[in-house]
Design a binder for this molecule. Structure first.
Ligand code: C6P
Length: 414
């Protein structure tokens, strides 16, 4: 792929960056792969894969359990990642950074644990744009207790209605759970403002940061969120690792999520005491290899600069929308100002799967269907959408190829 002037943001050389991703050299159906499914999972650069190799070849040992050198070294690497995460999100202390398997597990941890402190009749506020990961865990509490979800509406551009949000608070509101960035619409929600509103009502807030952490500077102290969950695999890191940030106040108050090794203080058959934070919430052997490698992914993002990554992705988004806009019958979902690098659309009554399958034949990988956000699909009166989502290694040439392919497929299927 050639490089356009705009593929060079603040000295980021995108072609050089691409060399770190062998997968981007693949061909699909005889055409160069154009990978635009980054909101589902991003690709992984050599530095991260090498960090995994290093762990397996030289440092593999269980962590926090051994006095021997290997165990100490592996433990140091895991704890180094915890400190890197702390700095990345500007958390006050490493005790507030919990390793999970991903955003989903982080939200389930809070729903399950905080959920034990809820009573019949309590209410939880979510938005209509939430991923199923930030809906279903809250509904599962409802199987044990009569807890109701109250839903913040959005306008057609995909922005939350802040007045309606504030109106949803009642004496029964106990929790707010919000996406920072929508995985479908790309809307960057005014979470700082929404957290402040919730706190005025004395209600804690969890932010689902799965789609924000790879693209937006996250500062949990500035946001003043009570919990913040995200996944490594969308941040150029390995799969199977996630982070849950929680304010110490809540983490100390909440009961453990799972029981097992390393989360205990003292165990007898009569009674168990629990370990200090963060280990109270980290039962069992963690995915220490991938946690160590996630540290390399954070270094990678910090090295490029998240603002540079975002600027480049915004440029790709602008080009994509401009190019797609001339397709007859195209309908975009999510047009909020300042949205992140995600474009979701439908053309006429073409089924999103049909379009995705034909785009794949042309080498273009996009996501189709409901994007794990069925209530949002219902809000727009559709069952699915086509979604292209960008990462730092995508180029304007790739966007041009995607736009041309979509024009072609639309003409074939209309
Ligand atoms: N969204 C997408 O294609 P996990 O699977 O735990 O890493 O992340 C879940 C999740 C939670 N919240 C949001 C806003 C998300 O976008 C996701 C994952 C992917 O949109 C896969 S469904």
């Amino acid at each position: 792929m050639t490089q356009s002037p705009c593929d060079n943001h603040n000295n980021m050389d995108i072609n050089k960056i691409r060399e770190d991703y062998p997968i981007l050299q693949r061909h699909i159906e005889g055409r160069p792969l154009v990978y635009l499914d980054n909101a589902a999972t991003s690709q992984t650069p050599r530095s991260v894969v090498e960090a995994i190799d290093q762990m397996y070849y030289h440092y593999k040992a269980n962590v926090h359990r051994g006095v021997h050198t290997l165990s100490q070294e592996a433990t140091d690497m895991v704890e180094l990642t915890r400190e890197k995460v702390r700095a990345f999100i500007n958390a006050g202390s490493v005790e507030e950074v919990i390793f999970t398997r991903g955003t989903t597990e982080g939200i389930n941890l809070v729903a399950s644990s905080f959920g034990q402190m809820l009573e019949n009749g309590d209410e939880i506020i979510v938005t209509v744009m939430e991923h199923h990961s930030n809906i279903v865990p809250w509904q599962l509490i409802g199987q044990r207790k009569r807890v109701t979800l109250r839903v913040v509406p959005i306008d057609d551009s995909g922005q939350v209605d802040l007045e309606a949000y504030e109106d949803l608070f009642s004496d029964n509101t106990r929790f707010v759970a919000l996406a920072h960035v929508s995985n479908v619409l790309g809307t960057v929600n005014p979470v700082k403002q929404m957290i402040a509103i919730a706190h005025r009502h004395g209600v804690p807030v969890l932010i689902d940061g799965a789609q924000a952490a790879p693209h937006v500077k996250v500062d949990v102290l500035d946001l003043d969120c009570d919990f913040y969950a995200f996944s490594s695999h969308k941040m150029y890191g390995p799969a199977g690792v996630g982070i849950l940030y929680g304010k110490r106040y809540w983490l100390e108050k909440m009961p453990p999520y799972q029981g097992g090794g390393e989360m205990i203080g003292q165990v007898s058959f009569e009674r168990t005491t629990f370990a200090d934070l963060p280990f109270k919430f980290e039962a069992g052997t963690p995915d220490f290899v991938d946690i160590a490698a996630f540290g390399a992914a954070i270094d990678y993002i910090q090295g490029l600069g998240i603002e540079n990554i975002a600027a480049h992705e915004h440029e790709l988004l602008r080009a994509a929308v401009e190019g797609l806009n001339t397709i007859d019958g195209i309908r975009f979902f999510g047009t909020a100002p300042g949205k992140s690098g995600v474009v979701s659309f439908l053309v006429g009554d073409i089924n999103s799967y049909d379009m995705g399958l034909l785009l794949d034949k042309l080498g273009i990988a996009v996501r189709t269907g409901h994007h794990c956000a069925q209530p949002l699909m219902a809000r727009y009166g559709v069952t699915g959408m086509v979604r292209a989502s960008f990462a730092v290694y995508n180029t304007l040439d790739e966007v041009a190829a995607f736009v041309a392919a979509t024009h072609r497929v639309a003409a074939m299927l209309q």
